[in-house]
Design a binder for this molecule. Sequence first.
Ligand code: GLN
Length: 520
Amino acid sequence: MDKKSGLSMEKVIVIDFGGQYNQLVARRVRECNVYCEIYSYKTDIDQIKAMNPKGIILTGGPNSCYEENSPSYSRELFELGIPVLGLCYGAQLMMLLLGGKVEKASLREYGKTEVHVDRTSPLFSNVEETTVCWMSHNDYISRLAQGFSVIAHTADCPVAAAQCLEQDLYAIQFHPEVLHTVEGTKMLYNFVRGVCGCAGTWRIDSFVEESVRQIREKVGDGKVLLALSGGVDSSVAAGLLSRAIGRQLTCVFVDHGLLRKNEGDEVETVFGPDGDFDLNFIRVNAQERYYSKLAGVTEPEKKRKIIGEEFIRVFEEEAKKIGAVDFLAQGTIYPDVVESGLGGESAVIKSHHNVGGLPDYVDFKEIIEPLRDLFKDEVRKAGLELGIPEKLVYRQPFPGPGLGIRIIGEVTAEKVRIVQDADAIYREEIAKAGLDRSTGQYFAALTNMRSVGVMGDERTYDYAIALRAVNTVDFMTAECAEIPFAVLQTVMSRIINEVRGVNRVLYDLTSKPPGTIEFE
Ligand code: GLN
């Protein structure tokens, strides 16, 4: 995206000191309808000044600010006349740089903690006098810098928050960005909308409008090529580009035969010639090609590699038919940008996770990533705004290699059919039971196990389907979801009755760790 035109847009800058929750800080600020970007603490102060932020937030971090070589910042940051809010490490660093003192506490505070706040502080207006916050620190502010006064404390922490009203500087020892801090969003709202005076004009509809304008300006009458996977990100990118440049956009949708039941057709219904979007849509039915490449392959990593590489080959072949294009579009989103450590400015060339690498032989001049400033929930909102069906926008995360890694062992067309049918039944029954929104991620997988059964008085020797359902907040850890037994039984009997080749249904109880969410 063109950052220059964003100069006039009100924004808050988050300076990242390595805290676990830095992305959350930015998300919460955006929930207050204020645009926000994250930059490393290594970012030069002149660069920060040039962005003309309405406010600056310093994040937490693992270090102790009084130690040598700990991340620091130029003191000048506090003299720019721009309000600054320090969180945890950021709070401690602010105090240290301005002449206060930070020391190791005798008692480390961790977890939900009651905090008593001074409600006359602009940071705490409308906040309860005693409120619950999330603490995670070893160090504490033992002496305030000049001009500061205490505005919150806990039983163990004398300075849970401090302010210097004259200079609009605020320091909070706890983490308002995490949900355990009950009134945390209110505090961040008070800072960005109150102290910083942001009007709160960042909205997803204005994002869509503004990016359409920027895409048109950048693309001109050039041609754009996009690999559509059917996933949320590439679909929303397609919708956005279509609105901006219509038929200058060509989407190549590779159906690798490892999608869930009817999914290929659903993508075609939305983006194909009979859909609502103005674009060139090319569907490549590469099922047979994939199955023959995968024949006899059982090793999970090898399967993943074949699926990823084949995707690129198929995509390249299509791209060659189209000829030179000006831009290759990708559905990169903001967490991808932040996680690659290049917060914001520099052009990251990172392939969409479903593509598994950047094609070597596609003839394009530049990459265009229209979603690179958005968080996932914002991508979804943009999708709805663009008229992409809810079903697609709220799709469950689906791995790039698709059903290929939900079939243990060799992949065959027959096994794909079995797992597709079983999975469709499972999803249908979960929805019927009203559990589809409350259950995190759920799917059927095909184990490579065959066992003996009896059906209609006849011996069977068929596959076992494994049902999985997990709840996860961050996909790093997950717990088995408690699907009611009656629902599981209905699913079991339907699968056995309706899906030929299955005579046993198992429920996977494993959490992550030690298991992974997927099977391979
Ligand atoms: N490392 C600092 C401390 O222990 C800051 C911790 C944090 O930012 N969460 O106090």
